[in-house]
Design a protein around this ligand. Structure first.
Ligand SMILES: Cc1ncc(COP(=O)(O)O)c(C=O)c1O
Length: 422
């Protein structure tokens, strides 16, 4: 017989009562009332690159992670088409069951060589890679220590693992050392997770000191290179090249194929033993379909192109420097960091003006997304410009001009919309 629940504590089956949903709906209602619809889920047509087509209008695009501009490259499309002809679209099952394709191993060998690691394994999602691998690397007797602004996928991996979780102030390795000193003795294994280039501020950790600390306190160090590959280091090799460290001193290199490599999926480059463990026992690999061979082929081509055409990386570096210089000249608020990088935020402050600006910029031919609280600290909402190697200096100049102009009009616009405080 179906059980009846009654009273104040009866669990509601109304989806609208799910955590955070009521607040989100309220924010949307306010947005609609003042004429500011959500800037997300814009439908693009064609192959987004430094340009994209939204609502039939070609705009300059700063919302793709395709840092080396390979997504719109005809050669990549040709490689992908040839892979479809050879392998079909789907991997048709997990690698255990449906078997692997030669292109899976070729991509893994090339990624392993990139990090001078013994082996590598690719998984169908970057997010699931962090979630599932961290989730099974540490357990209830262990400790996971992450930078405070680590990507959500690593945080959720920690939740899944049941390990004790601590975070240190962003890029503050004194704080990390304090945590290690206080906690290391109390736990079994320890895993430190950082990003090689942080996706919100575009800044870089001090890998040399991280390696010293992980050695001194006997911990594993995992570096998430999602935004670093193709972006930092003289040839775009990533954070180890930028920081001048031996990649073999980092225990676990994690990365995604969805950014510089113009594909989709995650990878772990590490020891042969850990790759064997992941392939044999980590659920997100074992119980999930293999990467579509077409994606493996495209990412493999992108990796080879990155190695063969270092001028793309040089151009990206020059665009990042140009962006920072011109933004400062126009008195726009950039983020203080060691070097300008392809992740180039302009800080706006409150969320509503950041959303309003994104809409205003789109009307003037520039597509850039806002990042709002709680993804970033309160009063640090921003427009996050992702630069790529195919942006021209004129694209950047135009985008910054329009941003500066629209920013000066903002108080008046917000007042006319009846936004409180303006
Ligand atoms: C630092 C970082 N790690 C992991 C991921 C997840 O990767 P994917 O989007 O390829 O699943 C992202 C996604 O943006 C990321 O920024």
């Amino acid at each position: 017989m179906e059980q009846q629940f009654e009273g104040a504590h009866a669990p509601s089956l109304n989806y609208g009562t799910l955590p955070g949903f009521a607040e989100l709906k309220y924010e949307r209602l306010i947005g609609d009332r003042i004429g500011l619809s959500s800037p997300y889920f814009r439908a693009h047509d064609g192959r987004p690159g430094s340009r994209t087509v939204i609502d039939g209008q070609e705009v300059i695009n700063f919302s793709s992670y395709d840092y080396l501009g390979l997504n719109a490259d005809d050669r990549l499309a040709d490689v992908a088409k040839a892979a479809i002809d050879r392998y079909g679209v789907s991997a048709t099952g997990s690698r255990h069951v449906a078997g692997e394709r030669e292109i899976h191993r070729e991509l893994e060998r090339n990624l392993a060589a990139h990090y001078a690691s013994e082996d590598c394994v690719v998984l169908v999602s970057g997010y699931a890679t962090n979630l599932g691998v961290i989730g099974q690397l540490v357990g209830p007797k262990d400790i996971l220590i992450c930078d405070q602004v680590i990507h959500n996928s690593a945080t959720m991996g920690g939740v899944l693992s049941g390990a004790a979780r601590r975070s240190f102030a962003h890029n503050d390795l004194d704080d990390l050392e304090r945590l290690l000193k206080a906690n290391r003795g109390k736990f079994g294994r320890a895993l430190i997770v950082v990003e090689g280039l942080y996706g919100m501020d575009g800044d870089v950790p001090d890998l040399k000191r991280l390696i010293e600390l992980k050695k001194r306190y006997s911990a594993w160090l995992m570096v998430d290179e999602a935004h670093a590959l193709g972006v930092i280091g003289a040839t775009g090799a990533g954070s180890f090249e930028h920081c001048g460290v031996d990649p073999r001193d980092v225990d676990i290199w994690m990365g995604t194929l969805s950014k510089t490599l113009a594909g989709c999926g995650g990878y772990i480059a590490t020891s042969a033993e850990l790759v064997d463990y992941i392939k044999s026992l980590v659920s997100v690999f074992v119980y999930s379909v293999a990467m579509p061979p077409v994606i493996a082929a495209a990412a493999n081509f992108a990796l080879q192109t990155m190695h063969k055409e270092p001028e793309r990386v040089t151009r990206l570096h020059s665009r990042a420097r140009f962006f920072d210089e011109r933004a400062r000249a126009k008195r726009l608020l950039t983020v203080a960091r060691e070097i300008p990088t392809a992740v180039s935020p302009i800080i706006i402050g409150d969320s509503i003006p950041a959303v309003a600006l994104s809409h205003a910029l789109l009307r003037r031919g520039v597509n850039v997304m806002p990042v709002l609280y709680p993804a970033v600290p309160a009063k640090a909402a921003r427009l996050r410009f992702f630069l790529n190697a195919t942006h021209g200096e004129d694209d950047i100049e135009k985008a910054l001009d329009v941003t500066a102009e629209e920013l000066t009009k903002m108080p008046e616009l917000l007042k006319s919309l009846g936004v409180p405080g303006y």
